[in-house]
Design a protein around this ligand. Structure first.
Ligand SMILES: *Cc1c(COP(=O)(O)O)cnc(C)c1O
Length: 420
């Protein structure tokens, strides 16, 4: 139902725009019958895990799809990161962006390697290669670039620095499955790349992940580490852990791979609807995909210019949330402002001006195969309505949130604040 007056906004007690919540990262589901067939077949075979036929097939398909020599499927992206970091021999300090999901930092700190946060380029939101060298110390052993929101890092710039200083280069490609960079699929850059197949990602295996690499020796080491260091029956030659993907996860992966073109097409259409419908809103910019490349269109990220929208990012998020549009502030507040890093490096923000600026103005909107074009049109109409009444809404929010300062406004018997 379209909003005509600002009191129609759910934030102020009006009807909620959506009956069911719209999420960022609702799972994309494969063809149900294909999945059931795969599950049936694995139950019949009684091969449930330990690199059974489904995991092997999934690894092979992903290696072919990305054009990378080795794919090692894992139980999740975080363990995949931890194992790749360890297999690469990273220690001491490793340079990463703070603008990422906390797992990038935790995968290092978990093994007592210090993450050193470097600033990003404001346009790409990925590591700014020009700001890395000043952070290199004698303890630095590597760089982890993050292909944030499905946009490639500056692979050449980072590789040049890694080569010059003898550092390992790993990419957290959790957002970049199915994405290309300069015509080459993500997966083959740096020493290795790590994928996540978590349920919220564009392609999922319930939980899962993978390490991709063209390095034979590294691949062998990662395989050993992933399976307790077993090299053949009863023979352990290395310290290892359990990072194996289960067969049922691989079954989900195989079925989802078949549906991948449909996921991309749906996301691409959603992205274009957003782009089209939001282009005339002053102060709202959509982070655009480079359509010369392959994209998964997984994240619809807005940049809010508060000087034009009047309402700030958090106010917009609250107004949307009241309508059951659950926009997210990825990755607010930023790794360096969360524990334990906040305590370890209380001044890290001084070196991260672009990161801090961006963290305070980005907003990610719902998309994926569970979100329809009609729903997106409704979301965009709402945003139009909100921004064109920005000043008035801002005033009313103030009156609503701090009624003691606005007794004249609240005496009209409005709904209590707790009801939105
Ligand atoms: C999701 C994600 C991870 C972690 O992957 P899991 O499979 O959830 O363990 C790591 N890095 C980034 C950037 C992510 O978005």
């Amino acid at each position: 139902m379209a909003k005509k007056r600002i009191t129609d906004l759910a934030y102020f007690g009006g009807m909620k725009l959506f009956e069911n919540p719209l999420h960022v990262g609702a799972p994309n589901l494969p063809d149900r019958q294909r999945l059931m067939q795969q599950i049936d077949s694995l139950l019949t075979s009684r091969r449930l895990t330990n690199r059974g036929p489904m995991v092997r097939e999934l690894e092979q398909r992903i290696a072919e799809f990305t054009g990378v020599k080795h794919c090692i499927a894992m139980c999740n992206g975080t363990i995949a990161l931890e194992i790749a970091i360890r297999a690469l021999g990273m220690q001491g300090e490793v340079i990463i962006p703070s603008m990422t999901f906390i797992a990038t930092a935790h995968a290092l700190q978990w093994q007592e390697i210090t993450p050193v946060f470097a600033d990003i380029h404001p346009q790409s939101a990925t590591l700014d290669a020009r700001k890395i060298e000043r952070l290199i110390t004698p303890r630095t052993t590597g760089i982890i670039g993050v292909h944030l929101w499905g946009r490639s890092s500056d692979t050449h710039g980072l590789q040049a620095i890694a080569d010059k200083h003898g550092l390992k280069l790993l990419f957290d490609a959790a957002h970049a499955f199915g994405v290309s960079h300069e015509g080459k699929m993500i997966g083959g850059f740096g020493d290795a790349e790590v994928l996540s197949f978590h349920a919220t990602k564009f392609f999922n295996t319930f939980e899962g992940g993978a390490v991709l690499t063209n390095n034979d020796e590294l691949a062998e080491k990662i395989r050993l580490m992933q399976n307790f260091g077993f090299s053949g029956r009863d023979n352990v030659i290395y310290i290892g852990t359990n990072g194996k993907m289960s067969e049922i996860s691989a079954a989900m992966g195989l079925a989802s791979l078949e549906s991948l073109p449909r996921f991309v097409e749906h996301n691409r259409n959603n992205y274009h609807t957003y782009l089209d419908r939001l282009q005339n809103i002053q102060g709202i910019d959509v982070f655009e995909y480079n359509e010369k490349e392959k994209n998964n269109y997984q994240y619809i990220v807005l940049k809010i210019d508060e000087s034009k929208t009047v309402l700030n990012r958090d106010e917009l998020a609250d107004l949307l949330s009241a309508e059951r549009i659950l926009a997210r502030r990825y990755f607010y507040p930023g790794c360096h402002r969360m524990e334990p890093y906040r305590s370890y490096f209380p001044n890290a923000g001084l070196l991260l001006p672009e990161t801090e600026r961006l963290l305070d103005c980005v907003l990610t909107l719902p998309t994926g195969t569970s979100v329809s074009k009609a729903e997106i049109t409704t979301i965009c109409e709402l945003l139009h309505f909100i921004v064109s009444n920005g000043r008035e809404i801002k005033q009313k929010i103030r009156a609503w949130d701090y009624p003691e300062n606005f007794t004249a406004v609240t005496s009209g018997g409005m709904l209590s604040k707790g009801e939105h």
